[in-house]
Design a binder for this molecule. Structure first.
Ligand SMILES: NC(=O)c1ccc[n+]([C@@H]2O[C@H](COP(=O)([O-])OP(=O)(O)OC[C@H]3O[C@@H](n4cnc5c(N)ncnc54)[C@H](OP(=O)(O)O)[C@@H]3O)[C@@H](O)[C@H]2O)c1
Length: 293
């Protein structure tokens, strides 16, 4: 599909549609005037905002959407339930809290944020199967339009009941960390892959191989990284609190990467710019206020 703007819509497997590039809000905080960067992002043209119960940015997202004057249905909002809230009624309570923070009556996409709670969590396949049924009931209630997962590898996806596929799997994905096995698994089954940390949290930006390709196309390394995702059918999520950089990150449609570029980018050494977070072996822990330990 030929894309021409970050607003262009891509079909999900459940009949809904998602804008081609998402604006990330990790490290944009409600208590630090987080509304401003989200509002600037909407003004720059982003129509897809990614937040999570964990991020403390949901209120900012809600305020920004309201102040933007855009209609609710013009903006695609994702939020997520944290891994410690997957049992019993905690998922529903988490979604209600998120909706209350956002001051919205539905989200477009609701994700299970992480597949397992801790190293000792041997029951994760059962917990995920039950959690998925609950997610489905929340979709049926109309509290979320689409449901999906994040940081799921193929063995986590296999734990879900197979009658309703996740609409997407949001995984770390960037030049130097492509998670090919998960990408292929999802794409074969029609599960859209969203790529978080599409710039490797900034670590990809000084890579000489990426710099060479940026120079060839007279674009920035950030634009090469984001275009790389789009070329591979991945919806990139990118965060910037700087209006100039957030605008730069939307200008991805006046150039394309050729076979030679893609070949060179695919062989950037694996784990370049990797966050170090692995769904099974580097499980994030938070304190009671949900700050990462
Ligand atoms: N599902 C999950 O478990 C998960 C995990 C992590 C992230 N995410 C989502 O994915 C989103 C994106 O990931 P991320 O925020 O971790 O990392 P990222 O978008 O790869 O990188 C963000 C960093 O790059 C800088 N930056 C942005 N655009 C730039 C540009 N054009 N030139 C130079 N520097 C630039 C930003 O600084 P400035 O702000 O100063 O521009 C920031 O330091 C998150 O915000 C979040 O919504 C999801």
């Amino acid at each position: 599909m030929q894309l021409s703007s970050v607003k262009d819509l891509i079909a999900l497997n459940d009949g809904n549609k998602i804008p081609a590039v998402g604006f990330g809000t990790w490290q944009i905080f409600d208590n630090q005037n987080g509304k401003e960067p989200v509002l600037q992002a909407l003004e720059c043209g982003y129509r897809h905002i990614d937040t999570a119960a964990l991020y403390n940015s949901e209120e900012s997202v809600g305020l920004a959407v309201k102040e933007s004057g855009l209609k609710r249905e013009e903006v695609f909002i994702t939020t997520k339930v944290w891994k410690d809230d997957l049992v019993d009624d905690a998922i529903k309570a988490s979604l209600y809290r998120s909706l209350d923070n956002l001051k919205m009556d539905y989200v477009d996409l609701f994700l299970i944020h992480w597949p397992r709670a801790n190293y000792n969590d041997l029951y994760w396949p059962f917990i995920l199967a039950k959690a998925w049924e609950k997610m489905l009931s929340l979709k049926e209630e109309g509290l979320c339009k689409s449901i999906g997962v994040a940081n799921f590898l193929p063995h986590h996806l296999q734990a879900l009941p197979d009658w309703i596929k996740p609409a997407c799997d949001q995984i770390e994905f960037h030049v130097g960390y492509m998670q090919e096995e998960t990408l292929e698994y999802c794409q074969k089954r029609g599960i859209l892959v969203e790529g978080w940390a599409a710039l490797g949290r900034g670590l990809c930006l000084n890579n000489p191989q990426i710099e060479a390709i940026a120079k060839k196309h007279q674009v920035t390394t950030a634009q090469v990284c984001l275009r790389f995702c789009l070329e591979l059918g991945v919806v990139p999520l990118v965060k910037s609190a700087n209006p100039q950089r957030m605008s730069e990150n939307t200008k991805l449609f006046d150039f394309s990467l050729d076979e030679e570029d893609l070949k060179a980018l695919k062989v950037v050494p694996n784990k370049s710019g990797w966050s170090g977070e692995h769904p099974d072996t580097a499980i994030p822990f938070c304190d009671e206020e949900r700050h990462f330990l």
